[in-house]
Design a protein around this ligand. Structure first.
Ligand code: IMP
Ligand code: MG
Length: 177
């Protein structure tokens, strides 16, 4: 079955917004290097575009986490599927995430990097759905605040489909649990 998708933010709009985020991130870092942590798979497109717009030295690392549960609903439990290559102790950490939904993933990661002794941990999310929050997350940079709709594209998937759409789209008539 294929879904109807309409454009929420065009590729041009998203790239322009990421350019702004990159400038804000860079200004706050004041010339100091940053460990940019891309949360796989969803944040991969966003993290790469963001990295290109950051003007301080960037060390890119990748982590894959999964929240137990099925389909479109998150459970509170998060586990690490693929860990970072390098320690973050004493480093400025910037987490690049595709979307903050329940908040469980970033709540877990923030705590994890703090435990590992990062100098500081900032969060940069392309999208946020505050209406779905189960736990509050202090997000430093957010691309767009959106209502409770299911979005795909620019790295975001629906059952692993549509990640490669160059824009952020909404699936029409998708009923969420
Ligand atoms: P959280 O732990 O509930 O905040 O989960 C965030 C994760 O849920 C994201 O990294 C996405 O993988 C997934 N997610 C939440 N909302 C959407 C959506 O609208 N489209 C695609 N994936 C989503
Ligand atoms: Mg994800």
């Amino acid at each position: 079955m294929s879904e109807n998708i309409h454009v929420l933010y065009s590729e041009e709009q998203v790239n322009a917004r990421i350019r702004e985020l990159g400038a804000a991130v860079s200004a706050a870092l004041n010339g100091e290097p940053v460990h940019l942590i891309c949360i796989l798979k969803g944040a991969s497109f966003f993290a790469c575009e963001l990295a290109k717009r950051i003007t301080v030295p960037v060390y890119m690392d990748f982590m894959c986490v999964s929240s137990y549960g099925n389909g479109t609903e998150s459970s509170g439990e998060v586990r690490i599927v693929k860990d970072l290559d390098a320690p973050v102790e004493g480093e400025h950490v910037l987490i690049a995430e595709d979307i903050i939904d329940s908040g469980n993933t970033l709540h877990f990661l923030l705590d994890e990097f703090q435990k590992r002794g990062a100098a500081d941990v900032r969060i940069c999310a392309l999208l946020s759905k505050p209406g779905r929050r189960q736990v509050e997350v202090p997000a430093d940079y957010i691309g767009y605040v959106i209502p409770d709709v299911f979005v795909v594209g620019y790295g975001l998937d629906y059952a692993q489909k549509y990640r490669n759409l160059p824009y952020i789209g909404v699936i029409d008539e998708l009923i969420l649990p």
